[in-house]
Write a protein of this length. Structure first.
Length: 75
């Protein structure tokens, strides 16, 4: 099954928040590098998205990559 960019890819859980992480590219999840339930550091590659033939999808360029969100404090 081929997915589109921005579709939910997986969910992360922290002690403060649960969040769905969107796919950065269209394609097929061809490899899962980290098993469910494991703790990972920030910026860890957790999976590989490829095209329908299993070839790696092109990584988004810096111009296409979404800006990182800055957490804000509620007052």
């Amino acid at each position: 099954m081929t997915g589109a960019a921005d579709e939910p890819l997986f969910e992360i859980s922290t002690d403060k928040v649960d969040a769905e992480i969107p796919s950065p590219a269209s394609g097929v999840l061809t490899e899962v590098k980290i098993a469910e339930g494991n703790t990972v550091q920030i910026n860890t590659v957790v999976g590989v998205i490829g095209d329908a033939d299993g070839q790696p999808a092109a990584a988004p360029s810096e111009a296409e990559a979404p800006a990182a969100e800055t957490p804000t404090k509620n007052r």
